[in-house]
Unconditional design. Structure first.
Length: 318
């Protein structure tokens, strides 16, 4: 029990980092109604670009910006394959994800992992987030505002505020209309091909930014770090929707619910590990969690909804 409690700050920190990725998944899955599998590759791309540039001495903010741009470029490729080439969205994401494995290896110099020298105090102090900061803040050697929960929480608030503003603009409304009803959006003169590409670009930019933050947090980026990212993203989206759907009606609060969903997901994973589950079974558990939460809305409507009563005069028949 004590090991679980001591691991909670780290689980919440990771949940917040993956929550940014999940917000990106929310844009494609819930707003655009596209199952985009690019994220498994673009997540690693963000971490790879950041780790290589930061390791080469580039300013941390420029390295983060480059990671964001790399993810956006990955989303652009998927969007072009889908709209210009006419390839179904799910296949476009798979093709881009497949290509990104080679691209990520090339970025990392054909190495399976690239480490950040966190053992160097000067390098460590430049990082925005790190697993070491969790224990440092707890021991009092670093101020509270260096804690990953505080830093990534601030990132999340800024991202949600920016997205809330963007989706309130004419362009953002066009993007939402495209996902809600593509045919109607086209009838209103909206270029749905452009809005789909834009949504994929924004989504994968956030995914790559999340990957860059995780590379900082772990002190390294591995080629397989993004494998299964879409499952974690979907888990966060579905958990947030199922648990907070009736409480959070506002769009910004719905995005916040996604972040909460990622935190809950990682707390559950940490609890299961504390109970003795082998880490090798985590992927199966993740799939089970997503399947259960995806099934809950159906079960509620199928088995727990109150039957509709017929009117007093009976039902009219044709």
């Amino acid at each position: 029990m004590m090991s679980f409690i001591s691991a909670l700050p780290g689980a919440i920190s990771q949940g917040l980092i993956w929550g940014i990725m999940a917000i990106g998944v929310y844009i494609t899955y819930k707003i655009l109604d596209i199952a985009d599998l690019t994220v498994d590759g673009s997540f690693c791309t963000g971490g790879a670009v950041f780790a290589v540039l930061f390791g080469a001495g580039v300013n941390i903010w420029l390295a983060l910006l480059a990671a964001l741009a790399a993810g956006m470029l990955a989303g652009l490729v998927t969007g072009i394959l889908h709209t210009f080439c006419g390839i179904p969205a799910i296949l476009s994401g798979i093709l881009t994800q497949l290509a990104l494995w080679s691209v990520n290896m090339a970025i990392m110099g054909m190495k399976a992992s690239v480490a950040i020298s966190v053992t160097n105090p000067d390098v460590l102090d430049k990082l925005l987030v790190s697993l070491r900061f969790v224990s440092d803040v707890a021991s009092g050697t670093r101020p509270f505002y260096r804690h990953p929960i505080f830093v990534v929480g601030l990132f999340t608030v800024v991202i949600i505020a920016a997205l809330y503003w963007f989706f309130g603009t004419e362009m953002g409304s066009s993007l939402r209309a495209t996902g809600a009803n593509g045919a109607m959006a086209r009838a209103q003169g909206i270029n749905t091909s452009f809005t789909k590409v834009l949504g994929l670009v924004v989504s994968n930019g956030l995914v790559a930014l999340s990957g860059a933050l995780l590379a900082q947090y772990n002190g390294a980026n591995e080629i397989n770090v993004g494998r299964g990212a879409i499952v974690i993203g979907l888990a966060a989206v579905i958990i947030g929707e199922v648990l907070f759907n009736k409480l959070f009606r506002n769009f910004a609060l719905k995005l916040l619910a996604v972040s909460f969903g990622a935190i809950i997901y990682y707390i559950v994973m940490q609890a299961v590990l504390a109970m003795g589950l082998k880490p090798n079974y985590l992927k199966a558990l993740s799939a089970l969690v997503v399947a259960i939460f995806l099934s809950i809305p159906y079960w509620k409507s199928r088995y727990f909804a109150k039957p509709v009563k017929a009117g007093k005069g009976g039902t009219d028949h044709a």
